[in-house]
Design a protein around this ligand. Structure first.
Ligand code: PHB
Length: 390
């Protein structure tokens, strides 16, 4: 009997030890459907981080569990997050490409005692919805503010704004307008398109008819942005001299081969270019290209995911692997490091990433490939949208 009890106790101790040893991270993103390449980039960034840094933190082993959410679908997002927390017992939630999907998860974080590390969704207000949210991507306020100065410096004073009608699009519209008016420019018309729009010809006609010298545009990266930039060219706007201003979502590297020469010269502002010249980025691109299998498919969600894993690893260190969401978030407030994108830090108040924003121009390399070439740096940009979100 005594031996039996001892064996049973040993079995319990071993099983709890084994349980405590594996720390699960639940990652939600678009791994199928039209935006699958964006999800593939999440995974490439995570794999690159874990092959470079290992999957052990002290005695703990990190395990990533993926859930597919092909489109913006808040109800399904919440259901997947709940399943990850309750059934899979993940200690961390991460990923989230689309804003509505991230927003839908913020109400469950406190009760689940789970931090949410956002690797893409870019509407400013998300971080205000729960103190357990940390973001390693960007906001459209952050990326759309500097392009307004670029437009003004190009001698443009009248711009028409065209955005997808949801969180990051509305933020981009407001950011551009605020910064452009400050420069003395004028937004002559502001169009908001349904997220599902894929015929852009009527929009292009409205841009032509507006009399604006330039167009400011934001759509979420994917087939949407590819279609929009193609339509800008094919409908003769480029030829008519209507200048194009946008954050870098519109010229993500994986779209450039399909855009071809039509993309040459387009200027965008963004937090990351695959071509960024630094030893950290060189190492990252090598690891991430290996993970994704084809370097031409690499794009910005990979760096958001890579840095998101860095934040999660620091959270695991800071809590000694225990599930304590508040302590985990505390552990990364003010954290600074050199990302593949350049120097970054987590703002202790907003829990959003402070980073350089770069002006880039699409150019052709000697080998015939296209890339975003960084030509100017706006250093240490916080999120101008948080004041507006209050
Ligand atoms: C978002 O939904 O927040 C989002 C998605 C794709 C982007 C930017 C923002 O390129």
């Amino acid at each position: 009997m005594k031996r039996f009890v001892l064996a049973a106790v040993a079995a319990i101790v071993m099983s709890t030890a084994a349980y405590a040893d594996t720390i699960k991270v639940g990652v939600v993103g678009p791994f199928s459907g039209p935006f699958a390449l964006q999800g593939k980039n999440f995974k490439a960034g995570i794999d690159a981080y874990m092959t470079t840094n290992g999957n052990k933190i002290g005695d703990n082993t990190v395990e990533v569990i993926y859930r597919d959410l092909p489109a913006a679908d808040p109800a399904q997002s919440k259901a997947l997050a709940q399943e990850l927390v309750v059934k899979e017992k993940v200690q961390y939630l991460a990923g989230f490409y689309f804003t509505p999907d991230a927003m839908a998860v913020t109400p469950i974080l406190k009760q689940a005692n789970t931090p949410l590390v956002i690797m893409n969704a870019a509407t400013s207000a998300i971080v205000t919805k729960s103190p357990l949210v940390v973001r390693t991507s960007f906001t459209t306020w952050q990326t759309s503010t500097p392009i307004a100065k670029v437009a003004h410096d190009a001698g443009v004073s009248k711009v028409i704004s065209v955005v997808s009608d949801y969180g990051p699009g509305v933020d981009a519209e407001n950011a551009f307008k605020a910064a452009f008016e400050k420069e003395g420019g004028q937004v002559v018309e502001a169009i908001r398109m349904p997220l599902a729009t894929n015929d852009f010809s009527p929009i292009m006609q409205r841009i032509k008819d507006s009399g604006a010298q330039g167009v400011f545009a934001f759509l979420p990266s994917g087939p949407t942005t590819l279609g929009f930039v193609k339509a800008y060219n094919e409908n003769g706007l480029k030829a008519a001299g209507i200048k194009f201003f946008a954050p870098g979502d519109l010229t993500q590297e994986s779209d450039l081969p399909a855009l071809g020469d039509a993309a040459l010269g387009i200027q965008t502002t963004f937090h990351y270019a695959v071509s960024h010249d630094s030893p950290e980025n060189k190492a990252f691109v090598e690891a991430a290209a290996k993970a994704i299998g084809n370097k031409a498919e690499l794009s910005f969600p990979a760096v958001g995911a890579y840095d998101g894993m860095n934040v999660i690893y620091k959270m695991i260190e800071g809590t000694g692997g225990k599930q304590d969401a508040a302590k985990a978030v505390e552990a990364v407030k003010g954290l600074s490091w050199v990302s593949p994108r350049g120097p970054v830090s987590i703002d202790p108040e907003s829990r959003h990433i402070t980073q350089n924003i770069y002006l880039r121009e699409v150019v052709k390399a000697d080998d015939g490939t296209y890339y975003n070439k960084e030509v100017q740096t706006f250093e240490k940009q916080g999120d101008p949208g948080l004041a507006a979100a209050k």
